[in-house]
Design a protein. Structure first.
Length: 107
């Protein structure tokens, strides 16, 4: 796997871990069904938020190769778009998918 692919995977996994904590806080402290989740794209400088329900985020996270990103933040070299809503659900492919599975905090 090339250096760019590894860096993208690390960036995405970092945002995924942050979103895991956001989800935990939304459920336990605020008892909220909605929360602002960070875009899980590969751009380390991206700090855009998307409003999702905890249930929507859980559905996306049910597969360690899936991430939620803002429209226009998808990376066709590493992923394919599965859903196009106010946010996109992307699934990592090839080596990027394997790295996503390995770095998944739920695994």
């Amino acid at each position: 796997m090339d250096a760019r692919a590894k860096q993208v995977a690390r960036n995405e996994s970092l945002f995924r871990e942050v979103n895991e904590r956001i989800e935990e806080i939304a459920e336990t402290m605020f008892k909220s069904s909605h929360s602002g989740f960070f875009c899980e794209c590969g751009d380390a400088d991206c700090v855009e938020l998307m409003e999702l329900t905890v249930e929507e985020y859980e559905e996306i996270r049910s597969d360690p190769r899936r991430f939620v990103v803002k429209p226009g933040h998808e990376l066709p070299d590493f992923e394919r778009v599965l859903e196009r809503e106010s946010h996109y659900v992307v699934q990592k492919i090839g080596d990027a998918g394997e790295v996503a599975e390995r770095l998944d905090p739920r695994s």
